[in-house]
Design a protein around this ligand. Structure first.
Ligand code: AP5
Ligand code: MG
Length: 237
């Protein structure tokens, strides 16, 4: 065992080590900060982000058969079918090294997806350690979402008010000057996405709570504080 691995082992932390084999779900409504926090966990802990929203957008933007089938559903704010998202997760899990910890971002979103994920984790020899709920005040989420944009080249996330690039019009990460906004980031669609969350996703919270792996974080705190709260949970502090 190397020094780094030994230090991790001694701390009995569930994700304190780069690349440690931990699997978590980030759960919360549209705009809760799932993607923002996942991006940080990838950078800080070498985990892998599996975002069903990103996978579906990639299909849509590439104009694949699947992308063309789901375009209208996504742009209405409704959920894509359980079968489609679960098969994307299955394909992506199959590509990962066993030692890579996974952050499920935006999946599962229905009780059926919870059940499917249980089966997929078992099939891929993985265990779910934590489900972290980002608790937010829905009224403020519309402002978060409609102000959001990303770098068109590297995907780094920004916001008109909360997270601007250090140099206006230039991506902090790759220096690109091209940015884009999501087709579903308008107020009307956001309302539908919220309603879908309340009707289909919120009911899965008690399932994970009953398993004793659910932890709740104040998602209304600033981004660094939310990251610190997640780190404390993952490090068992
Ligand atoms: P998806 O892409 O998953 O979208 P979502 O769940 O609606 O969530 P968002 O990505 O909008 O929000 P987020 O929580 O990632 O917030 P972010 O970090 O960006 O899904 C899109 C669509 O795909 C669905 O509507 C559905 O059609 C389909 N789909 C996806 N998964 C599916 C599934 N499993 N089943 C069926 N269909 C599925 O933050 C938002 C903004 O706020 C950013 O600008 C950020 O900078 C800012 N911000 C973040 N944290 C803070 C903070 N603490 N304080 C201030 N600002 C903050
Ligand atoms: Mg997201």
């Amino acid at each position: 065992m190397g020094i780094e691995e030994k230090r991790c082992f001694d701390r009995l932390s569930i994700t304190g080590c780069r690349g440690s084999r931990v699997n978590i779900i980030l759960l919360g409504p549209p705009g809760a900060g799932k993607g923002t926090q996942a991006e940080r966990l990838v950078a800080d802990r070498g985990m892998v982000q599996l975002s069903t929203g990103d996978m579906l957008r990639a299909e849509k933007n590439a104009g694949t058969d699947l992308g063309n089938r789901i375009k209208a559903v996504m742009e209405s704010g409704a959920l894509v079918s359980d079968e489609i998202v679960s098969s994307l997760i299955d394909e992506n899990l199959a590509r990962l090294d066993a030692g890579q910890g996974v952050i499920f971002d935006g999946y599962p979103r229905t009780a059926a997806q919870v059940e499917t994920l249980d089966g997929l984790l078992a099939a891929h020899g993985r265990k779910l350690e934590r489900v972290i709920e980002l608790a937010v005040d829905e009224d403020s989420l519309v402002a978060r979402i409609v102000g959001r944009y990303t770098c068109a080249r590297c995907g780094a996330g920004y916001h008109d008010t909360f997270r601007q690039p250090r140099v206006a019009g230039t991506c902090d990460v790759c220096g690109s000057h091209e940015f884009k906004r999501r087709a579903d980031d308008n107020e009307e669609t956001v309302r539908t996405r919220m309603a879908e969350y309340r009707a289909k996703t919120e009911p899965i919270i008690p399932i994970y709570d009953a398993r004793g792996i659910l932890r709740r974080v104040d998602g209304m705190a600033d981004i660094d504080r939310v990251s610190a709260a997640i780190a404390a949970i993952l490090d068992g502090r």
